[in-house]
Design a protein around this ligand. Structure first.
Ligand SMILES: NC(=O)c1ccc[n+]([C@@H]2O[C@H](COP(=O)([O-])OP(=O)(O)OC[C@H]3O[C@@H](n4cnc5c(N)ncnc54)[C@H](O)[C@@H]3O)[C@@H](O)[C@H]2O)c1
Length: 321
């Protein structure tokens, strides 16, 4: 049965993809973010069953008004200050948005009797991976402010679930990529350089193995978690289950674009944005999501890179970039 879903971070990269997927299947959506993006405004103007609302999750009254006015059935929580570097640069703001913003949502849900929330969480909550493939029971000892704030949001959700009957479900996805990734990191940097016909070399991190998830697979996992009738677990790894190295990713771009010269050295461990040392990564075991949710990732690395290249090429041709 179609429902009304409140999507936070609706103007963001994953948020707008989630809004689009919900609308496509016939749900009504209340999309909220600090500002209404052109993409979200275009969906709303095109007659979609979407109400776009500008609101700051850090402002309690604005969050309460969202629930009072729009009465959602469930929430997908994709708003955050996202990324290791971004949160390291503005730690207090990261705390305010990622933690206090989440508490504001949980409180509003409690007061308005809205039970289910799917939080788009991250592998950064695990800290250093202790083996090549890790499941949801792996210790969560985040090493970044980003991971710490996302873990705090997970735990607050757990407390609200225990004490107030909410169902806060955490979808832990990994390095999501795909068309129009908003951050200047690989594979976007690799793909754009290759399409411009420029060589690109990154000095460090060539051997960093990390699960890289195509955006459509993350969207699939979030919607499956939203739809499941009764959850036995409150966390699911949503990724691919394998961890190509950054060098493998460069090779996938080189294979797809004739003449591309993308390389990654191994002068040292990977640093986010060239500045902040990465945690040890690996693959996420997705058995729980497969068994409990019926999750099945559709994109291996090469397919995801090919699809990203096609979309990036189209955008670059359009903008003359
Ligand atoms: N992209 C990834 O690789 C990845 C991986 C794991 C988890 N995640 C999670 O997925 C979610 C979405 O990430 P994304 O990549 O789309 O990032 P994004 O930056 O594109 O989206 C985040 C959105 O949150 C909004 N936001 C920030 N502060 C806000 C506030 N005070 N009130 C309301 N909205 C606010 C931003 O305006 C932005 O539109 C985040 O929760 C992130 O932690 C992303």
């Amino acid at each position: 049965m179609a429902k009304k879903i409140l999507v936070t971070g609706a103007s963001g990269w994953l948020g707008s993809a989630l809004v689009e997927a919900l609308l496509e299947r016939g749900d009504a959506v209340v999309g909220t973010d600090l500002m209404v993006s052109p993409t979200i405004a275009a969906f709303a103007a095109g007659g979609a069953n979407l109400t776009a609302v500008a609101a700051d999750l850090g402002e309690w009254h604005q969050v309460m008004r969202l629930f009072e006015k729009h009465k959602p059935d469930a929430v997908i929580h994709a708003a955050a200050i996202v990324g290791v570097i971004q949160c390291a640069d503005i730690p207090i703001k990261a705390q305010r948005v990622n933690v206090e913003g989440s508490i504001n949502l949980f409180e509003a849900m409690r007061l308005h009797n809205v039970k289910r929330l799917v939080h788009v969480s991250t592998e950064e909550t695990y800290g250093d991976f202790l083996s090549d493939v890790i499941d949801e029971d792996h210790p969560q000892k985040p090493l970044s402010i980003y991971g710490l704030t996302k873990l705090a949001a997970e735990h607050y959700g757990r407390v609200y679930s225990r004490d107030h009957g909410l169902e806060c479900i955490n979808v832990r996805t990994c390095w999501v990529y795909g068309p129009h990734l908003p951050r200047l990191r690989m594979p976007r940097t690799f793909v754009e350089a290759a399409l411009r016909g420029e060589p690109f070399h990154q000095d460090d991190g060539g051997n960093l193995a990390v699960d890289q998830v195509y955006i459509d697979d993350t969207v699939q996992g979030v919607l499956l978690a939203l739809d499941k009738d009764k959850h036995r677990y409150d966390a699911y790894n949503i990724a691919t289950g394998v961890a190509p190295t950054l060098r493998d990713t460069a090779d996938a771009v080189n294979r797809a674009i004739p003449g591309a010269k993308i390389s990654v050295g191994d002068s040292g461990p990977y640093h986010h944005g060239g500045k902040v040392l990465s945690a040890v990564k690996g693959a996420l075991d997705i058995s729980r999501a497969k068994n409990e949710l019926g999750y099945a990732p559709r994109y291996d690395l090469q397919r995801g890179i090919d699809s990203t290249i096609a979309a990036t090429r189209a955008r670059m041709n359009q903008s003359g970039f």
